[in-house]
Write a protein that binds this ligand. Structure first.
Ligand SMILES: Nc1ncnc2c1ncn2[C@@H]1O[C@H](COP(=O)(O)OP(=O)(O)OP(=O)(O)O)[C@@H](O)[C@H]1O
Length: 334
């Protein structure tokens, strides 16, 4: 198990990580989501033993992961970090990039394992090409294959989905899922921690989801918990489209008032239904999303709600009725 306890790191007087504590179980995927500058990359670097913490510590199975100031070669042999830039060797093939990670193993095992990884990462057809001759998604998968080649205890991924188009994002997402799930039967299944600024791809594969803000881990739970019960408006926005409104506007939606009229309320778009006879509003905007439309419905000068529908007969300016279940209302912390 990888454990971080009260990790803190500042660059000069810029605090990057503040008292972060987390536990990553073997064979589990954790995703950390946060805005740019929230400390995600710094945290990964601390967890990998590539940056010195100011205080707190990182442990792998109880043993302290030392920072670069304490060891000759920075990093830990059982923890791998895949950067956004992939850092592949430019003059050797995809296959040899992966094989290099297994150079201390016997040739027969090395060849067997490389073939297995090429298959898992869907790289068999491009194995003889140089990194510059493959796509971004293939480079990314080569970097992941290389990182997991000798079954490290922990795989850390910095923004694994950015720079990739949708098909490649799905391939990488499924690959991570398969990789972690496939190895759970072994003695030491790899665990995976990924950081991203967009939770969309992570929500479906992560066992736990953390929200980073200004160097703090402000919420940690299952993806469902964090999505449905976000701690703050920031956490709500980081995990998907959301309506955030003040409690004083609830009666406008035919919902009971709250004691504190300034309390912030979170309503996910899918929790609002179009309903004839519901509260009336006017469609301000209509966005086609493929499987559905996203609507902005204006109820007053101050309240405009986003909601989803599969109806195809709507247009901007049209009057519609909406309905919200009282159970859907979730109060946010200030
Ligand atoms: N080498 C550095 N020197 C000084 N400040 C730094 C350094 N690296 C990061 N920072 C600062 O530390 C904070 C956290 O940065 P970090 O790169 O960890 O965030 P991030 O969430 O990974 O951002 P992004 O998503 O943009 O990569 C930011 O305020 C950043 O400006």
């Amino acid at each position: 198990m990888l454990t971080a306890t009260k990790l803190t790191k500042a660059y000069g007087d810029v605090p990057a990580i503040r008292h972060v504590t987390l536990h990553l179980e073997p064979g589990r995927i954790m995703a950390l989501v946060g805005a740019s500058g929230s400390g995600k990359s710094t945290l990964l670097s601390l967890l990998a033993g590539l940056t010195n913490a100011d205080s707190g510590d990182v442990r792998l199975n109880g043993e302290r992961v030392m920072g670069p100031a304490e060891v000759l070669v920075a990093g830990h042999k059982d923890i791998r970090l895949v950067h956004q830039e992939y850092q592949l060797m430019p003059n050797v093939s995809v296959r040899d990039n992966i094989s290099y990670a297994l150079r201390f193993f016997e040739k027969s095992y090395r060849d067997f394992r490389v073939d297995e990884l090429l298959k898992l990462c869907r790289l068999t057809d491009v194995q003889s090409r140089l990194p510059r001759q493959v796509s971004g998604g293939e480079k990314q998968r080569t970097a992941i294959a290389r990182a997991i080649a000798d079954r490290p205890a922990v795989l850390l991924l910095d923004e694994p989905f950015s720079h990739l188009d949708l098909p490649n994002r799905l391939i990488v997402r499924d690959l991570l899922f398969d990789m972690v799930r496939q190895d759970t039967t072994g003695p030491d299944p790899t665990s995976c921690l990924l950081v991203t600024h967009d939770a969309t791809d992570a929500l479906s594969i992560a066992d736990s989801l953390g929200i980073m803000r200004d160097g703090r881990l402000i919420q940690l739970g299952t993806p469902v918990e964090v999505y449905q019960q976000p701690a703050t408006a920031y956490a709500a926005r980081m995990t998907g489209p959301v309506n955030v409104l003040k409690a004083k506007h609830l009666p406008m939606l035919d919902l009971p008032e709250k004691d504190n009229p300034n309390e912030l309320i979170c309503l996910r778009p899918e929790q609002i239904q179009l309903h004839e006879g519901g509260v009336s509003g006017s469609i301000r905007a209509l966005f086609f999303k493929g499987s559905h439309y996203e609507l902005e419905v204006e109820l007053s000068r101050y309240v405009c709600l986003r909601l989803l529908t599969t109806r195809t007969d709507l247009h901007v300016g049209q009057s519609v009725g909406i309905r919200v279940d009282a159970e859907a209302v979730w109060a946010l912390k200030p």
